[in-house]
Structures are given as structure tokens and as C-alpha cells.
Design a protein around this ligand. Structure first.
Ligand SMILES: C[C@@H](O)C(=O)SC[C@H](NC(=O)CC[C@H](N)C(=O)O)C(=O)NCC(=O)O
Ligand code: NI
Length: 138
């Protein structure tokens, strides 16, 4: 079995595509439209669509521009070589850093949180082995 993607319902597909590509450095892998059921999809990730790299699936239901976020959703985590530099780049690109980079409570791992245009939380986890991946935030 393989983790393929995580689906998020978004209120404006292009706004979200712009965030995940221009702010987080993901690649837009493919899009599709379903006129019968009135929705559009966009798949993004740091790979080039090869199945080894998990993807994010953005779903836009035509005419629905927002959702009740509720209290159950937590976050999607991204590995970055330098969380401090990543947050500086995200801020420079107009992104919203909601938790500044620093050691996790009671631990040493450096984390940060940003929110996407719909308010979904994205965790940045500083990991040496994500250096030099050549993909996304350096
Ligand atoms: C392409 C594949 O990865 C899918 O996830 S298609 C699943 C399908 N999605 C939709 O119908 C999108 C529109 C729908 N109104 C919605 O918001 O989900 C589906 O079965 N969705 C139901 C679900 O609970 O995900
Ligand atoms: Ni799906």
C-alpha cells in the first residue's frame, strides 16, 4: 500500500494553486474538471508525478467559496532543510507564518506553522535529510 495524496476542499482553486506553487514551491502536476458533478481538481507535489512522492489534491466545488474548518483537521507536514529560511521566504512571498520557527515544546526538533489561503495549517519540520532535495523551499 502507498500514501498517494491528501485532499483539501478549497474556496478558490487558482488562489490555492498559486500558494502551493509560488509560496511553498510545489509543482502543479495535473488538473481536471468534472462538469457533470461541477468540481475541479488540482494535484500538486514536490516530485514530477512519480508515485513515490505523496501529493496534495485540491478540490474546488463550483460556487463554493468557503468551508467550516471545524476542530478535527490538524496539519500537513513538509520537511525543509532550514525552517528559519523557509519562513523568511514564505513571508517574503506573502504567506502567513502563524508559529515562528523554533524547537517543538519539550523537544529539540525545529518546527514552524503556516496557513494556506483557506486556513489549513501546514507544518514545516526542519530535517537535515531534506537538504539538497532540489525541490521547493530550500
Ligand atoms: C481523483 C480522486 O483522487 C478523488 O478524490 S475523486 C473522489 C470524489 N471527489 C469528488 O466527488 C469531488 C467533489 C465532491 N463534491 C467533494 O467535495 O468531495 C469523491 O468521492 N469525493 C467524496 C469525498 O468524500 O471525498
Ligand atoms: Ni482523491
Amino acid at each position: 500500500m502507498r500514501l498517494l495524496h491528501t485532499m483539501l476542499r478549497v474556496g478558490n482553486l487558482q488562489r490555492s494553486i498559486d500558494f502551493y506553487t509560488q509560496v511553498l514551491g510545489m509543482n502543479l502536476l495535473r488538473t481536471s474538471e468534472n462538469p457533470e458533478y461541477k468540481y475541479s481538481l488540482a494535484f500538486l507535489g514536490f516530485g514530477n508525478g512519480n508515485p513515490e512522492q505523496a501529493e496534495i489534491e485540491l478540490t474546488y466545488n463550483w460556487g463554493t467559496d468557503s468551508y467550516e474548518m471545524g476542530t478535527a483537521y490538524g496539519h500537513i507536514a513538509l520537511g525543509v532543510p532550514d525552517a528559519y529560511a523557509a519562513c523568511d521566504k514564505i513571508k517574503a512571498a506573502g504567506g502567513n507564518v502563524t508559529r515562528e520557527p523554533g524547537p517543538v515544546k519539550g523537544g529539540t526538533t525545529v518546527i514552524a506553522f503556516v496557513t494556506d489561503p483557506d486556513g489549513y495549517k501546514i507544518e514545516l519540520i526542519q530535517r537535515k535529510d531534506d537538504a539538497g532535495t532540489g525541490q521547493g523551499l530550500r
